[in-house]
Design a protein around this ligand. Structure first.
Ligand code: GAL
Length: 981
């Protein structure tokens, strides 16, 4: 026995018991309207009210469950592709996108803010509105997010004041940042129809121990500032866990109440049963959403994957395939349905598209790729994980009853291997059960209300519904999960879904016996006592047409297995909804008279079938007219398959030219233009060693990438000890008068040490006997800084120094004059995080158009031993069909024992760092737009090797990470060459 007979017989007879169902009766109940799903939001210039009660958000008084995905515009540096990702979200049932805005990405210096080009926040917000998505905006000031300094600009690491507190020195900078962000956001608020921003986050997982007065004043300041800037949507904070921190009333909101929400983040272990955060949780404030009884259950971040550290499995890095495997489609069903059962009505999946932390964006804990194992991979390809999101998202759009749920009476007699969450909508009487199997064996069990048993696969879950409307009929129950319903032409269509091969039973209330026609698939039916039962084995698409039986409109029942459900696309147009079956993606649908114009993608050749409003007789796909015929299902079906994507051929990379650099290591190098490192104090958290100048790179305005030091001294010494702080994977190389002294690398961290922070080391190099005589000497040191630490605990860890911290000569105490050189002025287009201070970067060797004619031709693979930096450049042309969306990556492979690393520049854009003997990343995505898919491109590789092993590059090739016929139009991203750079 599973679900109690009582609860389901109540369901099946809900109508007979007079429980109200549907929109009309809900309105009569005097509560928020639950009627048809809201049309996708747009920037319509109309005023909208945005509120909430304890169940859900209320937009124009209508309940909305926000089903959101996290996407970071800064991790997709090609504005045209924002539309691609957003359209994929919308197509798969998401109605919202949540974004961080990263302060460091927009601010090269105090008072300087850039929101143009790849940084165009206004364009992103416009695109989201045009796509029909609500926006949750998260501009920090601190964001964490595995980015350098948690999003704080490099220049902020050397300012006075304690960050993330109410310290006025810090708040001055914060206010400047929020002013510029809010000026843009204020144009896109949904309240006045300028856009679709409906929620705004203050700070990020603000550390538990700062909930004292400094923290409270800080939060109050942020609240007041954001309101003063004209942001009038509800504000919220994301508590790091369900701690009950920063619930309404815990800090001063200037007398305003009811405009602030409590949210908490969750990244539960995928190998343990999902936690009960809300309705079914226990224990005071630990009860999750009940920590804030008057606001809806809200998870601003729920793990949809996980980030991956440097190194292979032995160091905790497992590669993103593993993140996707441990948090797979069944994980999503189990965990996200449990969240819904627990009353979570604002649900954001972090990440839904992870993208790439290009340039010097990644925090030390991660490598370049931020794929995250997310539902959309780094190549923007939909993964199988999108299927459950799609099913649940469509369901939430079609069944408004889910926006207001109470815990229903306990279910008795449940199969102990299943966890069952009974829920009821108090207004409509609609009932839901989330049924979850945390075991490793499939459970098949009889259910009292159905003739067929219910099967829940191992580590999986499903949602069962009863008493909901499906078109103009009422569902008595189904052992399949409802996915959507809509009205197309004269008929209603209802879709149910489940795993392929499952036997399901779906029962509809019918006042009299209907006429039932099985149009396709394996289904049987019977009518008894006012209920039509359709049993079907899921496989492809089973179609059952139900006519009569007390309803004027026919109902087409579609029973789809998972794969088929992922090819069913609903699109709401002003003339009514459209349902499309077949292609890999439906991007848009528009009705012009009798024509339905569709755009979308195919990968394999695909069928196309369309259900649309009455009068539609012609179908266009990506601007082409299709020959169609009408089907017994009431659809139009293309007579021929839509073609799949043609082959994409990528050229081999040849014609490399090579140039050695690091003239800075030579004794005679002219460093007279470099900054003298003579400061004596710093705002860094790293102590300045007694009697030594400050050598920390940030104090001299160098915040990203490599930094050079040259120490001039007179005299002889036995050895020199160099101390540095770099962040994980950093390294230091030294030369005396041009002769290599050696390299020190920070060890690859393991899972425990990766979080420990500073990554400092002291290394002693003996000076060669020949160099121990008196005389002027130059010690040249190159430090590859990795990025600044994040400041997750609000204790200024982003202010730990980077670069050299102390230098001691042994056997002598010479006076040393230090000069320092890091990155030149920020690239005006590519931004402050694009380049560091290598000689080649300072001279523009990474930029297109750089005159490398004098460089020597070179072929790969290479095996040379050298301490220092060598550059390689080449050009290649692509001619990808403009109707094809090809995701191209650059893949480097070599003998993993070779100690070298490569910075990859595409058309001057820093696509990330490859560390050959650390990994695990080998393929670096080259986003279209930066990559000219129809034209010529410049690649530059800066290879840093320590001379202890031969170094590559080995093989360097373009790889196709994915392709689809369709895509969005892509504009070339401005990539100025040397003159403009
Ligand atoms: C959260 C944080 C995010 C991100 C995430 C892990 O705690 O708010 O910014 O760091 O963890 O990917």
């Amino acid at each position: 026995m599973v679900l109690s007979r009582r609860s389901f017989s109540a369901l099946a007879t809900a109508g007979a018991l007079g429980l109200s169902l549907g929109s009309g009766s809900a309105a009569a109940a005097g509560t928020a309207p639950t009627g048809p799903a809201p049309v996708p939001p747009e920037a319509d210039g109309e005023r909208h009210t945005i509120g909430f009660d304890r169940y859900s958000m209320l937009i124009d008084g209508r309940r909305v469950v926000l089903w959101s995905g996290e996407v970071h515009p800064f991790r997709l540096p090609s504005p045209s592709l924002w539309r691609d990702v957003l359209q994929k979200l919308r197509a798969h049932g998401y109605n919202a996108v949540s974004i961080y805005v990263s302060w460091n990405y927009h601010s090269p210096a105090p008072g300087r803010y850039d929101f143009t080009g790849v940084r165009d926040l206004d364009l992103f917000l416009r695109t989201a509105a045009e796509t029909g998505l609500y926006v949750i905006l998260r501009p920090g000031p601190y964001i964490n997010a595995e980015v350098d300094a948690g999003g704080f600009p490099g220049w902020l690491t050397v300012t006075e004041g304690t960050a993330r507190t109410s310290d006025p020195a810090y708040l001055r900078h914060v206010d400047e940042w929020l002013t510029v962000v809010d000026r843009i956001v204020a144009r896109h608020l949904h309240t006045d129809g300028g856009g679709t921003v409906v929620l705004y986050q203050l700070e990020n997982e603000y550390a538990d121990h700062v909930t004292g007065p400094l923290g409270r004043d800080y939060m109050a300041h942020l609240y007041a500032k954001v309101r003063a800037d004209g942001i009038d949507v509800p504000l919220f904070h994301n508590d790091k866990g369900r701690n009950g921190h920063w619930t309404p009333g815990t800090f001063d909101t200037g007398g305003e109440s009811g405009r602030y929400l409590y949210g908490f983040d969750g990244y539960p272990s995928p190998v343990k049963p999902p936690p009960d955060w809300g309705y079914f949780g226990v224990g005071g404030t630990k009860g999750g959403s009940t920590a804030s009884p008057s606001t809806p259950g809200f998870m601003p971040e729920f793990g949809g994957g996980w980030f991956d550290p440097w190194g292979g499995a032995e160091f905790g890095g497992k590669g993103y395939a593993e993140s996707a495997r441990t948090r797979d489609a069944a994980y999503e069903r189990r965990f996200y349905l449990t969240n819904l059962a627990n009353g979570i009505k604002i649900h954001n999946v972090y990440m839904t598209f992870g993208g790439t932390s290009w340039g010097w964006l990644p925090a030390p804990v991660v490598y370049t790729s931020y794929d995250y194992g997310a539902a959309l991979d780094e190549a923007r390809r939909p993964t199988p994980k999108l299927v459950p999101m799609h099913q649940i998202g469509q369901l939430l759009r079609s069944v408004p009853d889910l926006a207001k749920l109470d815990r229903a009476g306990p279910v008795t007699g449940t199969d102990p291997r299943l966890t069952v969450y009974p829920l009821v909508n108090p207004d409509t009487g609609a009932r839901f059960h989330v049924v979850r199997n945390d075991g490793t064996a499939e459970v098949t069990t009889p259910v009292p209300f159905a003739r067929l048993p219910l099967t829940v696969p191992a580590l999986d879950a499903r949602l069962l519904a009863a008493g909901i409307l499906v078109g103009r009929r009422k569902l008595a129950y189904s052992t399949a999960q409802p996915m959507l319903w809509l009205t197309a032409g004269r008929q209603d269509i209802a879709v149910f879904t489940g795993r392929s091969g499952e036997h399901t039973e779906t029962a509809l209330e019918c006042a009299s016996e209907p006429t039932v026609t099985v149009l396709a698939g394996d289904a049987a039916h019977e009518y008894e006592s006012g209920v039509l039962r359709v049993s079907a084995r899921l496989g492809g698409l089973t179609r059952v047409l139900v006519e009569g039986g007390g309803s004027s409109a026919p109902l087409l029942l579609l029973l789809a297995d998972d794969e088929t459900s992922g090819r069913l696309w609903r699109y709401d147009t002003p003339s009514g909804p459209v349902l499309v079956r077949g292609p890999a993606l439906l991007r848009t649908a528009a009705l012009r008279g009798s024509v339905v114009e569709l755009t979308g993608d195919t990968v394999e050749a695909a069928e196309l079938e369309v259900w649309g409003p009455r009068g539609v007789s012609e179908v266009h796909w990506n601007q082409g007219v299709l020959r169609t015929r009408a089907t017994a299902s009431g659809s139009l079906r293309a007579e021929r398959l839509l073609p799949g994507v043609p082959d994409v051929r990528l050229p081999a990379l040849t014609g490399w030219r090579r140039c050695e650099e690091n003239p800075e290591s030579a004794a005679g190098f002219d460093d007279s233009g470099w900054r003298v490192a003579d400061r004596t104090s710093s705002h860094s958290t790293t102590p300045v060693p007694a009697g030594q100048p400050v050598l920390f790179a940030d104090d001299y305005g160098f915040h990203y990438g490599d930094v050079w030091y040259r120490g001039h001294f007179e005299g002889a010494a036995d050895s020199v000890s160099l101390s540095c702080v770099t962040g994980t994977q950093g390294l230091l190389m030294a030369w005396l008068d041009g002769r290599p002294l050696g390299t020190h690398r920070m060890p690859v961290p393991d899972r425990k040490t990766v979080r420990q922070g500073t990554w400092d080391a002291t290394v002693t190099f003996p000076l060669p006997p020949a160099e121990r005589s008196e005389g002027p000497r130059v010690l040249s040191v190159l430090v590859r800084r990795m990025q600044h630490d994040q400041d997750g605990k609000a204790d200024d860890t982003h202010k730990a120094a980077r670069g050299l911290t102390a230098v001691t000569f042994n056997g002598a105490s010479p006076e040393v004059t230090w000069r320092i050189q890091g990155e030149t002025a920020a690239d005006p287009v590519r931004g402050p995080l694009n380049h560091g201070g290598l000689h080649g970067e300072r001279e523009g060797w990474h930029l297109p158009g750089f005159a490398d004619g004098g460089w020597k031709a070179a072929g790969f693979p290479r095996a040379e031993r050298r301490q220092g930096v060598v550059w390689y450049r080449t050009e290649f042309r692509l001619s990808v069909d403009s109707a094809v969306d090809a995701s191209v990556g650059l893949t480097l492979t070599d003998d993993p024992d070779r100690a070298y690393r490569v910075q990859i520049f595409l058309n001057g854009w820093n696509m990330g760092q490859y560390i050959n003997d650390v990994g695990p990343q080998h393929t670096f995505v080259l986003p279209n737009g930066l990559l000219r898919t129809r034209g010529s491109n410049t690649l530059a590789l800066a290879v840093l090797s320590d001379g202890t092993t031969p170094s590559g590059p080995g093989e360097v090739e373009l790889t196709l990470m994915g392709s689809a016929a369709g895509g969005v139009p892509v504009s070339v991203v401005d990539s100025p060459g040397r003159a403009a750079g």
